[in-house]
Write a new protein. Structure first.
Length: 183
């Protein structure tokens, strides 16, 4: 029993004093030198709700750039749905777009130019409201010429644009408005 007590005491002593010898991660500031003259230009990602536009109705969309920075080439993709009782339309818009920043670098205003396609599935009834795209399944061509306000440090953004829609029966001059968040 005396031997077990002595063994436990030695073990406890080693356990208590071991924290003086052991080291874990260093909580001090990172010692690696980095170039602070290069601005941090992570590509912005934007989510937004759009009325009209390439999605034809109400759509939820995601937009990002291909490279670093807030302007230049990027893409957007979304999903939309609209229902008026006996008529409904579901859409999946996809566009490649280009943002041109006005004035100086770091500006918040952009000219947006885009082109793409939208998958449309609609069902309509002859009673009630009639849609332009009743009872179709297929793709339509879309383009965007618009204005985008997007802050350089993220936050609320909005877009407004002219959206010509090309389909097998002709061309429709439409528009769209969106509000979203950039992070």
């Amino acid at each position: 029993m005396k031997k077990a007590f002595l063994l436990k005491a030695v073990f406890l002593f080693l356990l208590v004093t071991s924290h003086f010898c052991l080291k874990a991660q260093n909580l001090e500031e990172d010692t690696v030198k980095r170039d602070t003259t290069v601005p941090n230009s992570a590509k912005p990602r934007t989510v937004f709700l759009e009325v009209g536009g390439p999605g034809l109705a109400l759509t939820a969309n995601y937009d990002t750039r291909f490279g670093e920075g807030r302007d230049k080439w990027g893409y957007r993709i979304g999903a939309g749905y609209y229902n008026t009782g006996s008529n409904w339309v579901a859409t999946v818009p996809f566009q490649v777009n280009y943002l041109y920043g006005f004035k100086k670098p770091g500006a918040s205003s952009f000219l947006e130019l885009g082109a793409g396609t939208t998958f449309v599935r609609s069902h309509g009834s002859t009673t009630g409201t009639v849609f332009q795209f009743d009872n179709i399944t297929g793709f339509i061509g879309t383009a965007t010429i618009g204005y985008r306000y997007q802050q350089d440090n993220g936050g609320i953004n909005f877009r407004i644009g002219f959206v010509p829609i090309l389909y097998d029966a002709g061309l429709i001059a439409a528009g769209g408005f969106s509000v979203g968040y950039t992070f």
